[in-house]
Every structure is written in structure tokens, then in C-alpha cells.
Design a protein around this ligand. Structure first.
Ligand code: NAI
Length: 331
């Protein structure tokens, strides 16, 4: 029986992994802490490790895992920017992931954030509970007729675009690998990045994090955007230069920011830190803007997505590492 060291384990992970077909044929060792170079020795005795978005599988971590005989990293997420795939290949470690579990879950959360932020639901909810029924400060705008820029038209970006087309928004998209037929069928126009930045009233990010996309939205990109634009990021935190976003919020250039991911979310998101002193000054600054809405990387968190993540992860774990090429992130 294969032993799986499972990191960053939450109650819902145990529930859904345990219920996945074939899970009973694997031996699970659940760890609540994250997998990093510092914690990697805890995988002793495991054949494979199962990690999530904020586990840090850098060269050092992978070298420790390889020395312990671990031959398979099974990510239970889509993004794999947190794995040094080159080091994995050199060390003979197979890396698998769950490329698509429910793009609808992420797209729907993206739209939930946009609607909540625009219509000030986050503020109205608290206000009404205090029996403050006044409406000042709660003015939003119609999405109908406005332009939404979608950066990245893969699985999630396409569904988000389709939902927003349903609101009657004009959708401009940018992607180095455009889906031409889909765009024609959904009345979406592909445009160069500069035009998308310049014309969007709402900009939503759905592209992967890579060295090429790190800080894609920096001070210069923000300056190209319309005053009053709303920025939504449910993709990866490091796509945004947070310091530049804070400056643009303070200047009033950005009308609002909705985030499900944050540049330095590792060790913060997924944890209950209430009652502790927040050490991250940029996150603390973001949290006090009335026009910033943050969720802690929960866009994937639907029953359907969790069941599919568990099903594919268990299938990958049962098949690996023999069935996979070392270091090739199986898509
Ligand atoms: P996907 O691989 O289907 O699509 C990504 C698209 O981005 C591709 O079409 C690609 O050509 C495009 N792209 C790459 N570089 C680009 C650039 N410089 N400019 C514009 N487009 C570019 O990925 P999927 O499933 O749609 O996921 C997108 C991202 O969403 C993932 O990489 C992940 O970071 C994030 N994600 C977030 C979740 C959450 O819970 N918040 C859950 C799942 C994914």
C-alpha cells in the first residue's frame, strides 16, 4: 500500500479525499503544516507527497524528498508555479496536478467578487446588521454596457467572459494563444494588451504565474488603465505588484480591487490568524480600504470542485510515479 504524506490538510480535504473512489487503497498521513524545505523531512516513509498552492516545492525541498525516496509530487491544484519542475526532472520526481476541476467554481467566485465590490454588498451587509439603513457611499455602476478586459482565456477566463457577456458587458480579451472560434461564438474581441488595459472598466486576470507574467500589472500597466477601473485577481497574487496597486488605490486611479489571491499569501491564507498581530504591512493596508474586497484563496471551494480534485488526485497517486515522466507536469 502506498503511503501519501498530505500537507496543508484542512477538514474539507480529509472529508473529500477520504470519499474519493480508490482512496481506501492508499495510506494517508495528514499534516496541517505546509510542505517547505524546512518541513520536508516529515515525508520520511512516504512514497508520494500531496501538496497545495502554498506548499513550496523548491529545489531544496525536492532534494530532501528525493533523498527520502519520494518519487511523486501530486499537486491537488491547477497552478504549478510553486514547484521547481527542472529540479524535479533532475531528481527523477514525477509531478502531477489537477488541471481542471471546476473552472466554473473559480469563474463564479470571480463574478461574485466583482458584483459584491461594485454594489458594496460587503459594506451593506455590516451596515444593515447595525440597523444603519442609510445608502450613502453604496453607489455602484451598471455592468451592462461596460467593458471587461479578460487576461488569459483558458478554461476559467472563457467561462468568466461568458458570464459577463450575459450581463451585457463588452468583453475584450488578451491571450498569446487565442481561442478564435470561441471568441467569435461569444462575441468576444481579442486585442493587444495595451488596448485591453486602456479600454477596460473592469480588468480580470486569468493567466498563470510564470517569470514572464510576474508583476504583469505594475505601475506602468496601472498608468495605462482608465481612471476608475476595477481590478479583479483570482489567479495568482504575484501577477500584481501590490505596492503599485496600493499607490493607485490611494491616488483614486483604481476605483476598486477584488482579490482572492495575494502576493505574500503563503503562511497567511488558509490560516486562522484572528487574535494575532498581522505582520504583513501591505496586506494590512489593503484590508483598510473600503473599496478592496479580499477572500483568502477560496475561489476553488465548491463541493463539485473538491470532489473532482479528490477524484483526480487519487487517480494520479494510484498511477504514479511509474506512469508519469519525472519532472513533467502532467496536464
Ligand atoms: P488555463 O491553462 O486553462 O488558461 C490560462 C490561459 O492564460 C491560457 O490560455 C494561456 O495561453 C494564457 N496566458 C498565458 N500567458 C499569458 C499572458 N501573458 N497574457 C494573457 N494570457 C496568457 O488555466 P485556467 O484553468 O483557466 O486557470 C488560470 C489560472 O487561475 C491558473 O493558472 C491559476 O493560477 C488560477 N487558479 C486560481 C484558483 C483559485 O482558487 N483562486 C483555482 C484554480 C486556478
Amino acid at each position: 500500500m502506498k503511503t501519501i504524506a498530505f500537507y496543508d490538510a484542512k477538514s474539507y480535504d480529509r472529508e473529500f479525499m477520504g470519499a474519493a473512489p480508490g482512496a481506501g487503497r492508499l495510506r494517508w498521513v495528514f499534516h496541517e503544516f505546509r510542505l517547505t524545505a524546512e518541513t520536508a523531512t516529515s515525508a520520511r516513509g512516504a512514497d508520494a507527497v500531496c501538496g497545495f498552492v502554498n506548499d513550496r516545492l523548491d529545489r531544496e525541498c525536492l532534494e530532501t524528498l528525493a533523498a527520502l525516496g519520494v518519487r511523486h509530487v501530486a499537486l491537488r491544484c491547477a497552478g504549478f508555479n510553486n514547484v521547481d519542475a527542472t529540479a524535479a526532472r533532475r531528481l527523477g520526481i514525477a509531478v502531477t496536478r489537477v488541471p481542471a476541476y471546476s473552472p466554473h467554481a473559480v469563474a463564479e467566485h470571480t463574478v461574485a467578487l466583482l458584483l459584491s465590490l461594485n454594489r458594496r454588498i460587503h459594506r451593506a451587509y455590516n451596515r444593515v446588521r447595525e440597523q444603519n439603513f442609510a445608502l450613502h457611499g453604496l453607489v455602484g455602476f451598471d455592468l451592462f454596457g461596460k467593458t471587461c478586459g479578460i487576461l488569459g482565456t483558458g478554461k476559467i477566463g472563457r467561462i468568466t467572459a461568458q458570464i459577463l457577456r450575459g450581463f451585457g458587458m463588452r468583453v475584450l480579451a488578451h491571450d498569446p494563444s487565442p481561442s478564435i472560434e470561441w471568441a467569435a461564438a461569444n462575441s468576444v474581441a481579442y486585442s493587444p494588451l495595451a488596448k485591453v488595459l486602456a479600454e477596460s472598466d473592469v480588468l480580470s486576470l486569468h493567466l498563470p504565474l510564470s517569470p514572464a507574467t510576474h508583476h504583469l500589472i505594475d505601475a506602468s500597466a496601472l498608468a495605462q488603465m482608465k481612471p476608475g477601473v476595477v481590478l479583479v485577481n483570482t489567479s495568482r497574487g504575484k501577477l500584481l505588484d501590490t505596492a503599485a496597486v496600493i499607490m493607485a488605490l490611494k491616488a483614486g486611479h483604481l476605483a476598486g480591487v477584488a482579490l482572492d489571491v495575494y502576493e505574500e499569501e503563503e503562511g497567511v491564507f488558509f490560516e486562522d490568524l484572528s487574535g494575532t498581530v498581522l505582520q504583513d504591512d501591505e496586506l494590512a493596508r489593503l484590508l483598510v480600504f473600503p473599496n478592496v474586497l479580499i477572500t483568502a484563496h477560496q475561489a476553488f471551494l465548491t463541493r463539485e470542485a473538491l470532489a473532482e480534485i479528490a477524484r483526480v488526485t487519487v487517480t494520479n497517486l494510484a498511477a504514479g510515479p511509474g506512469g508519469f515522466l519525472p519532472g513533467t507536469v502532467v496536464t
